[in-house]
Design a protein around this ligand. Structure first.
Ligand SMILES: Cc1cc2nc3c(=O)[nH]c(=O)nc-3n(C[C@H](O)[C@H](O)[C@H](O)COP(=O)(O)O)c2cc1C
Length: 197
């Protein structure tokens, strides 16, 4: 019989995964550098295509910059706004390096930073922080992306992949629904339900 890691490690891992929620309301708090270091260390250890590590992270705590990241905008005649971005204790701007030699293709510079981002999110959860992925910037006007890149001094070859809001949770939302294992896991062929018992 295969010997698992210690039950503590396994249980703690699942506790963290289950505890994570998208949190959109935060208490005022200045996240200490040692906590940020742990989150970024988790991101740093993520796997990547040919170990290319084409990710960079800019942490933003400055209120004016957070407001820029939260700036409302029009899309299809709808006014889109996510004001909670400006209230987060910090925003991590996740970047993908398009000059990475092994990863010139758009999918790769996106995929690897996203893997690292989930490492960061789970580490933040394990430390007691709430997080929220923010990807809606993709449809943002080019002027906004240019302004963010200029403000944060992001080089041309670095692409903004996603933002992550981090903070002390000021809400406790229930788990959001998920598809069942039967709906998403198959055995040997698609559609053949994987039976666990
Ligand atoms: C790639 C990605 C992009 C997301 N973008 C946003 C966003 O722009 N705004 C937002 O409020 N939530 C965003 N979310 C959070 C999702 O809405 C949330 O994860 C989902 O509803 C499931 O809820 P849970 O995270 O609490 O389990 C995003 C999540 C992911 C993974």
């Amino acid at each position: 019989m295969y010997k698992h890691l210690s039950p503590d490690i396994t249980e703690n891992f699942f506790e963290v995964v289950k505890k994570r929620r998208a949190i959109r309301k935060y208490k005022q708090y200045d996240i200490p550098k040692e906590d940020l270091e742990k989150m970024f260390e988790a991101a740093r250890l993520a796997p990547s295509t040919e170990n290319s590590q084409p990710w960079r992270f800019v942490i933003v705590k400055d209120q004016k910059t957070k407001e820029l990241l939260a700036k409302p905008y029009f899309q299809n005649r709808t006014f889109l706004t996510q004001p909670f971005i400006a209230d987060a204790n910090a925003i991590v701007v996740v970047l993908g390096d398009s000059s990475s030699s092994c990863c010139p293709r758009q999918t790769w510079i996106t995929r690897d930073p996203l893997i690292a981002t989930e490492h960061l999110v789970l580490a933040a959860t394990a430390l007691g922080y709430g997080t929220c992925w923010i990807a809606n910037y993709e449809s943002r006007p080019k002027e906004w992306i240019d302004e963010v890149k200029k403000t944060l001094k992001i080089p041309e070859h670095m692409h903004i992949i996603v933002l992550v809001a981090i903070g002390i949770p000021d809400e406790n939302p229930p788990p959001r629904p998920r598809k069942s294992l039967q709906e998403i896991c198959f055995e040997e062929a698609y559609g053949n339900p994987l039976k666990f018992h």
